[in-house]
Design a protein around this ligand. Structure first.
Ligand code: SF4
Length: 505
C-alpha cells in the first residue's frame, strides 16, 4: 500500500471493494464479500436513496478533536455545519486531556455564487491568514468540500504557497463528499493528510527497527510501547479501560489520533506496535506506517464484548511475548464480570434485538447481546468490507439472521423494523429519529460519555440496557403521537426493493 504520492486517498469503493447496498442474511453477505473483487456486493447500488452521508462530515469526527488546531471548512456555509452540535462536548473532552486546551475553533470560507464563477482562492487565503494571526494555532487544517473541488481551486498549491506566511503548519484534507458513497473513506482522507504533514521526523523511530535479526526484533518488542488508534465514537472512559488492561500487561500505552496534539504524531514512530480499535477506521494509516517505517500493526477485532476483548488482548500480548500474563488477566476479568452480569441476565434474557451502525461495531455489540441471553434478529451496517469478518467469529448461530447494508436509508430501516418487530433497538445516534418513532426501547450504539469497550464496557451495556427496557415511555409516546412518515403501501413491499446488484445496475 502506498497512496501518498497522490493528492488524496482513493475511494474505498476502489481500494477495498466495499459495498453500500445489500439485503439478505449473514451467511450471504459473508459469501458475497469474499467474492467482492468480482463485483458481487461492491457494485450494488440503489435506485432510490435517502439521507446518504458525506465523507466531509465524517472527517470532522477526527479533525475536530485534534488539539491546538483551527479547522477551515473550504466550501459553502452548510458544509461542516454539524460541528455546531458538538462544540461543548468537544471542549470538555479536550480539557480532560489538557485543562489548558481550547475548545473547537472552526471557520468557513462561505463560498457563494460569485465564488463559483470567480474561484474561492481569495477567501481561502484570507481565512488562513486570519486563523493564524487571531488564534496562533500549531496547525491550520483546511477541509476541502465539493464546490472548490468542482470549480478547480488548487488548494494544495495555494496552501503550499501560504506556508511561508504562517507560523502554523497547514494541512489540506481532501474530503470532498461527491468523491465517494462510502463515508468511511473520510478516515483515509484524514490519515492521508496526517501522514503527509505530521509524520515528519523519521529519525524518531526506534533505531533497532532497521534490522531484521531476531535479536533486534526481540529488543524492539521489549520496548513495550504500543499505540492504540482511538476512534471518534470512543469515550474517555473507554480509553481508561483499555489503558488499565494493557498496563496490566506492563505495556506503555499512547492514544492517537483523536484528541491528540500534532506533536503526538511525531512520537507515533517510537512504538513497536500500532493497534487498531476498528479496521474500518485505521487500516490506511497503519498500513502506510508499516510500508514506510516497517512498524508492525494489528488490525483484527474490536475490544467490545468479552470474547472480542480477550482476543484483542491476546493478540497484543503475543507481540510482546506476554501470553501467560494475558491469560491470567483474562481469566480474572471474566470471573468478576460473570458475577456482575447475573442480575441483568434475568431481566434481559429472551428479548429480541436489532442493531444498526458501523459494521464492526454492530457485530461486536451483538456478542454482548448473545452473552446476556438475548436474541439478535437483524443487522444494518453503514457499509460492508473485509473488516467485518473477524468480528463475525465471536457470534453463534448467526448465519440465518437478517443483514442489510445501508448508509442511513431510514425508509428501509422503518420497513425492516415493522416486519421483524424487535423488542429492543441498538442503533447509531444519527438513526435514532426514525427508530424512536417505532416506540421501542433504544440504546445508542455508542455515546461520547459512556463506556462500551473492554470488560467494564460489557457491564455498562448490560446495566444501561436493563434500565432502557424497563422504562421507554418517551419513545412509546412518540410512536403514539408522531406517525411514521412513509405510506402504508411501502410497508407491504420488500424493504430491499430498491437495491440493484451488479448485473442489473
Ligand atoms: S456533499 Fe459536498 S457540498 Fe454536501 S456537505 Fe458534503 S462536502 Fe459539502
Amino acid at each position: 500500500m502506498n497512496f501518498l504520492d497522490g493528492k488524496s486517498a482513493p475511494a474505498r469503493e476502489d481500494r477495498l471493494h466495499a459495498s453500500i447496498a445489500f439485503g439478505g442474511i449473514c451467511s450471504q453477505v459473508k459469501t458475497c464479500e469474499r467474492a467482492r473483487a468480482a463485483g458481487c456486493t461492491n457494485r450494488s447500488n440503489r435506485l432510490f436513496s435517502q439521507a446518504q452521508g458525506c465523507q466531509f462530515t465524517l472527517s470532522l469526527a477526527i479533525l475536530n478533536s485534534l488539539r491546538n488546531a483551527v479547522i477551515i471548512m473550504h466550501g459553502p456555509i452548510g458544509c461542516g455545519i454539524c460541528s455546531t452540535g458538538n462544540i461543548g462536548q468537544n471542549k470538555a473532552f479536550k480539557q480532560i486531556r489538557d485543562p489548558g486546551s481550547e475548545g473547537l475553533i472552526w471557520l468557513s470560507t462561505n463560498l457563494d455564487e460569485p465564488d463559483v464563477i470567480g474561484g474561492g482562492e481569495q477567501k481561502l487565503r484570507e481565512a488562513v491568514i486570519y486563523a493564524d494571526r487571531e488564534f496562533r494555532p500549531e496547525t491550520i487544517i483546511v477541509c476541502n468540500g465539493c464546490v472548490p473541488a468542482l470549480i478547480g481551486d488548487d488548494i494544495d498549491t495555494i496552501l503550499s504557497d501560504m506556508q511561508t506566511q504562517t507560523a502554523a503548519t497547514i494541512m489540506p484534507i481532501h474530503c470532498e463528499g461527491f468523491k465517494t458513497k462510502i463515508m468511511a473513506t473520510a478516515y483515509d482522507a484524514v490519515y492521508h493528510g496526517i501522514l503527509k504533514n505530521y509524520i515528519r521526523h523519521p529519525d524518531r523511530r526506534l533505531p533497532l527497527w532497521e534490522s531484521d535479526t531476531d535479536t533486534f526484533k526481540a529488543e524492539y518488542r521489549r520496548s513495550r510501547n504500543v499505540n492504540i488508534l482511538n476512534v471518534g465514537s470512543m469515550s474517555y472512559s473507554d480509553e481508561v479501560e483499555l489503558r488499565r488492561l494493557l498496563e496490566g500487561l506492563g505495556l506503555n500505552v499512547s492514544f492517537i489520533p483523536c484528541y491528540a496534539e500534532p506533536e503526538d504524531f511525531q512520537y507515533a514512530l517510537e512504538t513497536s506496535l500500532n493497534v487498531s480499535i476498528c479496521g474500518t477506521h485505521d487500516d490506511y494509516f497503519v498500513g502506510h506506517l508499516q510500508e514506510k517505517y516497517r512498524i508492525p500493526f494489528l488490525v483484527d477485532t474490536i475490544p467490545i464484548g468479552r470474547k472480542n476483548t480477550s482476543i484483542w488482548i491476546q493478540k497484543i500480548a503475543a507481540h510482546f511475548d506476554r501470553g501467560e500474563e494475558a491469560d491470567r488477566l483474562i481469566a480474572a476479568e471474566n470471573a468478576v464480570l460473570d458475577d456482575a452480569l447475573e442480575p441483568y441476565r434475568k431481566t434481559l434474557a429472551g428479548k429480541r434485538v436489532y442493531l444498526a451502525g458501523g459494521e464492526v461495531r454492530i457485530l461486536a455489540t451483538a456478542e454482548v447481546i448473545q452473552d446476556l441471553g438475548m436474541e439478535v434478529v437483524g443487522f444494518k451496517a453503514h457499509h460492508y468490507d473485509q473488516f467485518a469478518e473477524p468480528v463475525f467469529a465471536a457470534l453463534e448461530n448467526i448465519d440465518q439472521v437478517e443483514f442489510s447494508v445501508a448508509t442511513n436509508q431510514p425508509f428501509e430501516m422503518s420497513n425492516i423494523l415493522t416486519k421483524l418487530k424487535p423488542d429492543v433497538l441498538i442503533t447509531h445516534v444519527g438513526g435514532n429519529n426514525i427508530a424512536a418513532r417505532h416506540g421501542l426501547p433504544l440504546l445508542p450504539l455508542f455515546g461520547p460519555t459512556y463506556n462500551y469497550c473492554g470488560y467494564s464496557g460489557v457491564f455498562e451495556i448490560a446495566r444501561r440496557l436493563n434500565k432502557t427496557v424497563r422504562n421507554y415511555e418517551f419513545n412509546r409516546q412518540l410512536s403514539i403521537n408522531t406517525p411514521l412518515p412513509f405510506k402504508k403501501t411501502w410497508y407491504e413491499k420488500d424493504p430491499f426493493s430498491y437495491i440493484k446488484y451488479a448485473e442489473t445496475v
